[in-house]
Design a protein around this ligand. Structure first.
Ligand SMILES: Cc1cc2nc3c(=O)[nH]c(=O)nc-3n(C[C@H](O)[C@H](O)[C@H](O)COP(=O)(O)OP(=O)(O)OC[C@H]3O[C@@H](n4cnc5c(N)ncnc54)[C@H](O)[C@@H]3O)c2cc1C
Length: 355
């Protein structure tokens, strides 16, 4: 059998969280591997503002997430591509009894946050990864199994049989984390009984840099502002619908879907004129009881998933990454290896505090 390749940290999953962690750890004398099951995204992002060309998955990033991405050297590339600052938020209830507004002026900020396509964030982070000599990217190849050795180091087998060893294995492999399952982390979870339909839509009226959210009896609908051009106004929608309604909505043709969405949004942005392909994501609340074991840490969706109406999933995930990176690097400065329990105790404590 071939010898195992040796690393200090192996990160499984090169989504936003895994890529951010690799960049955060780079440049500090650690040998890092980033393992990704899918082929890495194409080197160029689509430039046209065609409905079908927007990533249907977007994130509302908080100023804190933006600041972290700046520290990682990724924000400038995101901003140079495209994003939409939102300065106001209007949330109202379908019964017509309540409405709440949030404005940047209340917090003395230039914006409340930014709507960014997920693939633009990953793209910018992977561009940083590509320049780092201490990060080995293994892609497309999935983690097949992992186990803790008598030495306390983690042993990983990739599909195809390649072996890796590391002090620390980080699961950034998303909501259905195989690492979480293979290492028997317990999690508390339940189904929301909803799926979220996501798509990019063109609306009749300007969105006014506002995030719009309407609470309907069947679930919340969000229209998130995207950059437009030449008098065209675009939004990304996240429409959380109770399970028994989803298939019927997905089966609607474009015109019927737009009409349904115009009704659901009370035409606050005028008529919905056009819609991209629709995708539906099952929504499940999950929270790992512990985020760490000796030699293993869970971050972002591998550790917790929440309903997207909060717009907080990856914002929390990036905080996991920031805290874990700070702990690992503090340990590194003090001669403590990355997989040691001492190194991870702060994260463990904060996970328990949130449970
Ligand atoms: C509809 C919707 C709207 C949302 N809106 C927001 C929002 O506005 N703001 C916000 O903060 N959050 C939002 N979220 C949450 C946010 O999208 C997630 O928190 C975030 O994408 C999770 O990133 P991640 O890197 O943890 O996982 P993922 O993006 O799931 O990445 C995991 C990676 O691991 C790889 N992988 C999996 N298994 C293996 C394996 N065995 N071997 C190798 N690689 C593997 C996958 O291929 C993938 O690339 C939303 C979520 C949904 C569903």
């Amino acid at each position: 059998m071939a010898d195992a390749r040796q690393f200090d940290v192996v990160i499984v999953g090169a989504g936003i969280a895994g890529s951010a962690l690799a960049v955060a750890l780079s440049g500090h004398g650690l040998m890092i591997a980033l393992v990704e099951a899918q082929a890495l995204p194409a080197s160029a992002l689509p430039q046209s503002k065609n409905l079908q060309d927007f990533d249907p998955r977007v994130s509302a990033l908080t100023p804190r997430s933006r600041e972290f991405l700046s520290q990682l050297g990724a924000w400038d590339a995101i901003a140079a591509y495209r994003h939409c600052a939102y300065r106001h938020m209007t949330v109202w209830d379908a019964e017509g009894t309540g409405q709440i507004e949030f404005d940047r002026a209340e917090v003395g900020a230039s914006e409340l946050g930014h709507i960014v396509e997920n693939r633009a964030i990953v793209h910018a982070l992977l561009a940083r990864v590509a320049t780092a000599a201490d990060i080995t990217v293994l892609s497309p190849v999935a983690l097949a199994s992992c186990t803790r050795l008598a030495s306390s180091r983690m042993s990983l087998t990739l599909d195809g049989g390649e072996l890796l060893e590391a002090d620390l294995l980080v699961a950034a492999d998303g909501a259905l984390s195989r690492v979480r399952e293979m290492m028997s982390f317990r999690s508390r979870e339940w189904d929301y009984g909803h799926r979220a339909i996501v798509a990019t839509v063109e609306v009749e009226r300007p969105h006014d840099a506002t995030a719009w959210q309407r609470f309907l009896p069947s679930g919340p609908l969000a229209l998130l502002p995207l950059p437009g051009e030449n008098g065209h106004h675009y939004c990304s929608i996240v429409w959380s619908l109770q399970e028994d309604l989803v298939d019927a909505v997905l089966a609607l043709d474009d015109a019927a879907f737009c009409a349904e969405l115009t009704r659901a949004s009370e035409a606050r942005l005028g008529a919905v004129l056009d819609a991209s392909r629709r995708f539906a994501h099952p929504l499940r609340q999950r929270h790992a009881v512990d985020y760490v074991q000796p030699g293993v840490a869970l971050v972002a969706d591998a550790a917790h998933t929440i309903h997207p109406l909060a717009g907080q999933g990856i914002n929390l995930g990036l905080q996991d990454v920031a805290v874990l990176a700070a702990e690992i690097l503090a340990g590194q400065r003090n001669g403590v290896h990355p997989g040691s329990w001492t190194c991870c105790s702060v994260i463990s404590g904060s996970a328990r505090a949130r449970t």
